[in-house]
Write a protein that binds this ligand. Structure first.
Ligand code: 13P
Ligand code: 13P
Ligand code: MG
Ligand code: MG
Length: 381
């Protein structure tokens, strides 16, 4: 049995520079230093998207490994110390608890991992977003793995004709369902279209022995913490080529800057703008939400790369369109649908405001026609 490799991406915001726009270089250095001194890893790459640090790690210990999660936790703790020294904004923001208890899930940091036997060539993409939430991946993942107009491989490559299985998580009810494309396309869309609540956690190939193809971070911090603690800026791993979407097919959905929740105060809807790595520093209205894509070839566990995939000028038009959409939405000010719906605002400071004004609300005296008059109207219909 060939040795399996685990790719883990664990991310957290442990302090923004300046405000919520970037990660200070000293935090990046600290993260690199801690990971480099660990004997647990085959390789590591520290990246950032806006104010979120992503630890991209390869190792042989499987998913949900307490040692690897502990290493990530300790790295974020060490970075938090630097953030506190520099008085960065929201230092330690995503570390919800003081003590680590074996798994970072539910403790603040976002986790996406997958274990696999390395293929003869193993191209992967790590997508990292800032100022948005896990549901931001629903539309692009659906297009990558189920929409033949986006991914012609679904038509051209015989091994993709068996389709893909989507593991969909219901973040509200804490339950999951596996649905298969293409037979259950409409059922899949029924749920993943409601991207604030239902998110795609994994995608598996049905043609290639259930091979894992995609894994995303799905936690909602506010659900865990019971209060607003920043948005859960998500990350996503996608494996590419040879029976899976090609690199270009995996990137193609992002040529359309779709609307996602997040942006200012995590309370607005805005376009997801694909950015080159060095431009992933949201500032206008703390946004707009943005995504970077780093491509790696994995060779014997080593991360060869990255290539900055959205640096391509072919994404310029998507950026331009995102800016136009941003202009349009901003003009709505505090009105929905620019501001998120009340349902979503429940997870922000909205309940505090509601409480403050609760006593000022008075019942409305309902004036209704007498029941007999209503019944008579029905009869004459
Ligand atoms: P090449 O012929 O350059 O290998 O490209 C094949 C492919 O799948 C492009 O998406
Ligand atoms: P982050 O979730 O990226 O920290 O942003 C929070 C925020 O309030 C932006 O305005
Ligand atoms: Mg922040
Ligand atoms: Mg962030």
């Amino acid at each position: 049995m060939p040795e399996k490799l685990t790719l883990s991406v664990i991310k957290a915001d442990v302090g923004g520079y300046v405000g919520h726009g970037d990660v200070h270089p000293r935090l990046m250095d600290k993260a690199r230093e801690v990971l480099a001194s660990s004997p647990l890893l085959v390789d590591a790459y520290v990246a950032r998207a806006g104010d979120d640090i992503n630890l991209i790690m390869t190792h042989r210990r499987g998913v949900d490994d307490p040692e690897i999660h502990g290493l990530a936790w300790n790295t974020f703790k060490a970075c938090t110390e630097v953030a506190k020294e520099l008085k960065l904004y929201g230092a330690g923001q995503d570390l919800l608890v003081d003590a680590f208890a074996g798994n970072v899930k539910g403790m603040g940091p976002g986790v996406c991992e997958m274990e696999f036997v390395e293929r003869p060539s193993e191209p992967i993409i790590v997508f990292m977003a800032d100022k948005t939430e896990p549901g931001a991946w629903n539309l692009p993942l659906f297009k990558m793995f189920a929409d033949p107009f986006t991914n012609p491989g679904l038509v051209i490559d015989p091994s993709m004709h068996d389709g893909f299985s989507f593991e969909i998580h219901d973040l509200k009810e804490t339950r999951k369902v596996f649905l298969s494309a293409p037979e259950e396309l409409y059922d899949i869309l029924m749920f993943v279209g409601a991207h604030h609540r239902f998110v795609i956690k994994h995608v598996f190939s049905r043609g290639l022995d259930g091979m894992v193809c995609a894994s995303s971070t799905t936690q909602k911090l506010a659900h865990v913490a019971g209060r607003y603690v920043g948005k859960d800026d998500p990350s996503l791993i996608v494996r590419c080529q040879s029976g899976l979407p090609s690199v270009g097919e995996a990137l193609e959905p992002f040529a359309f800057p779709h609307l996602v929740g997040g942006w200012m105060r995590g309370s607005h809807c805005g376009p997801l703008m694909p950015c080159s790595y060095d431009r992933c520093n949201p500032s206008r209205f703390d946004g707009p939400p943005r995504v970077v894509a780093l491509g790696f070839q994995i060779a014997n566990g080593k991360l060869v790369g990255p290539r900055d995939l959205f640096a391509d000028v072919a994404f310029d038009r998507a950026r331009e369109q995102a800016n136009q959409i941003a202009d349009y939405l901003r003009r709505l000010g505090p009105f929905e649908p620019h501001r998120l719906s009340l349902d979503e605002m429940e997870y922000t400071t909205m309940p505090q405001l509601m409480k403050r004004l609760a006593e000022r609300f008075q019942p409305i005296e309902e004036v209704r026609p007498p029941a007999e008059a209503l019944a008579a109207a029905v009869e004459t219909d």
